[in-house]
Design a protein around this ligand. Structure first.
Ligand code: SF4
Ligand code: SF4
Ligand code: FES
Length: 238
């Protein structure tokens, strides 16, 4: 199998992007974009399609098993995990385009700085300050929310999210939904959800089918929306 990869590169944050075209040949039918990037970087004789040598491509990965979210990037125009992006399925006329996520500052090539997403979680104070007590009817929701990889794919396609803004997007709403499902007093989490998600979300659910973990975003948002507007969840602190 031969695939041409058109990879958007830039040396550093302020540099102008350009496209590097590389031909990747493999007999592995299950080869992914992550397989290709690993092999290309490991080859000291690497050349682009015009025969020019080039420096290794900066990108991030860890588990290579769809479990850590580190390898999220934009492939053929859609945010996805490089380790889950099979070349055979994605190749259009033998070509696959690979770009960094656009909602975060680029560090170099395909590596982005996801700090704004983690800073949002910090601001939401997503930890239990009282004893946790998941209600039986919330067990499935809490488990569902715990599957979030913090990959940022849902932020990429959200029209209302930009890094550093007050709207934190689904990547924050999902972990908040976990606290809302698990905390005895969910008022703090519900307030944060209302301020940084509910009030700014257009509720188009454009984010529902993009999640590489297949999280049931609808179910989580429905439960948290109720907590955000239902007085009982705010208690005396309102
Ligand atoms: S429903 Fe729309 S506005 Fe709300 S988080 Fe999803 S994509 Fe963004
Ligand atoms: S909700 Fe899904 S797409 Fe969004 S950060 Fe979590 S795992 Fe990624
Ligand atoms: S490297 Fe962990 S999800 Fe792809």
């Amino acid at each position: 199998m031969q695939t041409r990869l058109d990879i958007t590169r830039r040396k550093g944050a302020g540099d102008k992007p350009y496209v590097l075209s590389v031909s990747f040949v493999t007999e592995d039918e299950n080869a992914t974009v992550a397989t290709a990037l690993t092999a290309i970087n490991a080859d000291p004789t690497r050349r682009d399609i015009s025969g020019q040598p080039f420096e290794p491509i900066s990108w991030e990965c860890s588990c290579l098993q769809k479990r850590c979210g580190a390898c999220a990037m934009v492939i053929n125009g859609r945010p996805m995990l490089a380790c889950d992006a099979r070349l055979k399925e994605l190749s259009k006329n033998g070509t696959v385009t690979v770009e960094p996520l656009k909602k975060f500052p680029v560090v170099a090539d395909l590596t982005v700085d996801r700090e704004p997403m983690f800073a949002a979680l910090n601001e939401l104070k997503l930890w239990l300050e009282s004893e946790g007590a998941v209600k039986a009817q919330n067990t499935a929701l809490a488990f569902e929310a715990s599957r979030c990889l913090q990959c940022g794919c849902c932020l990429e396609i959200c029209p209302n999210f930009y890094a550093g803004g007050k709207f934190f997007g689904t990547a924050a709403a999902v972990p908040t939904a976990r606290v809302i499902a698990a905390a005895k007093d969910a008022s703090e989490a519900a307030r944060g959800y209302k301020k940084h998600f509910y009030n700014g979300c257009g509720k188009s659910l454009a984010c529902r089918n993009i999640c590489p973990a297949g999280i049931d975003i609808d179910a989580l948002l429905v439960n948290s929306n109720a907590a955000a507007v239902w007085k009982r969840h705010f208690g005396k602190a309102r």
